[in-house]
Design a protein around this ligand. Structure first.
Ligand SMILES: Cc1cc2nc3c(=O)[nH]c(=O)nc-3n(C[C@H](O)[C@H](O)[C@H](O)COP(=O)(O)OP(=O)(O)OC[C@H]3O[C@@H](n4cnc5c(N)ncnc54)[C@H](O)[C@@H]3O)c2cc1C
Ligand code: SF4
Length: 322
């Protein structure tokens, strides 16, 4: 991690820093009301990407939409028009290989990439070893508590709604008023909704092992990291934003000046007061320690010295995640 931090930011984090290197913390939303409503939280990511594309700062963005053949299966691809970026707004809670989308890049491309923390780390590693990659202008990381096998999506559609997969014409995971609904629309136009907090209870049964030993919640190697702002109920449909690199800072300031996004400062406590932060930095920390004790595979980050001590777990009443 230290090596990758030096590569991405030219310095390493101070000891005990759990949010990762950053230049500023914010909350915000898309100033275009339609984009804000279409987004997962404040539509901040989608507004930023549309602005970057329309201004010619990028030629495309790796985003996650749905497969044409199987409209319930999330799929990463390079969006080359603002319409494609808009259509790919909202979180998809199923594993997708962002690196395969990069294979479709053209020689002249300058891309923004939206990816989860593990994928951001993979891209940084590939950049650091000089792998052949397209030119990446901006790496936007999403906060991530966990992702889920595609079987979770299939289970909710078939098992909970009783809809056959052949009947599905559209799926969304966070549609409607914040925090949104898991929504299925059938070919006959029948719509079925399950509130996101309830859908999450089904999704969590399909968490891959890798996510239970993952310690990076806020995409600590991204240029800009974005998540939901769960900490302040008075600010619904706001995104939570960690600006990490010089490039990230320059881009966010530019987008605010262009009137694309709203950006205001946020205290660190309101970023970390998020179930995902506690899940990873406390609960998963226990799982990682136990997995290593039993010689099960774990990522190299964090090294054991970064894990909070047992005394601190006891003080904070920390228990392993279930
Ligand atoms: C699996 C997963 C777990 C998450 N866990 C948390 C969490 O614990 N805490 C938290 O605060 N936020 C979490 N988020 C992030 C949160 O759901 C929103 O993505 C974030 O708040 C940005 O909102 P927005 O309205 O600004 O983005 P939007 O404008 O909605 O844009 C989101 C962008 O992310 C892309 N995207 C969607 N799904 C994926 C995916 N699976 N992989 C890569 N890119 C994708 C979309 O194509 C779009 O470009 C998670 C997201 C995902 C996908
Ligand atoms: S929890 Fe970690 S490993 Fe799992 S998808 Fe999120 S960032 Fe990747």
């Amino acid at each position: 991690m230290a090596e990758l931090e030096r590569f991405a930011f030219g310095r390493e984090r101070p000891e005990g820093d759990e949010l990762g290197l950053h230049r500023s913390l914010h909350t915000g939303y898309a100033l275009d009301e339609e984009l804000r409503a279409a987004g997962t939280a404040g539509g901040w990511v989608t507004a930023l990407l549309c602005g970057l594309l329309e201004s010619g700062r990028i030629t495309g963005a790796v985003v996650t939409g749905f497969s044409r053949e199987e409209p319930w299966r999330p799929e990463a691809f390079i969006a080359r028009t603002p319409e494609e970026i808009r259509a790919a707004a909202q979180s998809k809670y199923a594993l997708t290989p962002q690196n395969l989308a990069l294979l479709d890049a053209r020689q002249e491309d300058r891309l923004a990439v939206v990816a989860l923390p593990c994928q951001v780390a993979g891209i940084r590693k590939a950049q650091a070893v000089g792998a052949r990659l397209p030119q990446i202008e901006l790496l936007v990381g999403l906060y991530c508590l966990s992702n889920f096998l595609i079987d979770a999506t299939v289970y909710i559609i078939e098992g909970v709604f009783g809809v056959s997969m052949e009947e599905v014409s559209r799926v969304a995971y966070r549609e409607g008023e914040f925090p949104g609904n898991f929504r299925v629309v059938t070919r006959r136009g029948v719509q079925r909704d399950l509130a996101y907090p309830e859908a999450k209870q089904h999704l969590r049964m399909y968490r891959p092992y890798r996510c239970t030993v993952c310690y990076d919640w806020s995409a600590e190697l991204a240029d800009i990291s974005v998540g939901d702002l769960w900490s302040d109920p008075s600010r619904e449909a706001y995104s939570s934003i960690v600006v990490r690199s010089v490039k990230g800072e320059e881009t966010a300031v530019w987008a605010a000046a262009e009137g694309l996004i709203h950006l205001e400062s946020l205290e660190a406590a309101l970023v970390t007061d998020n179930p995902g932060f506690r899940y990873k930095k406390r609960g998963n920390a226990v799982t990682i320690r136990e997995a290593r004790r039993h010689r099960l595979p774990t990522p190299t980050y964090p090294d054991n010295s970064m894990l909070p001590t047992r005394g601190r777990y006891d003080e904070e009443g920390v228990r392993p995640n279930t």
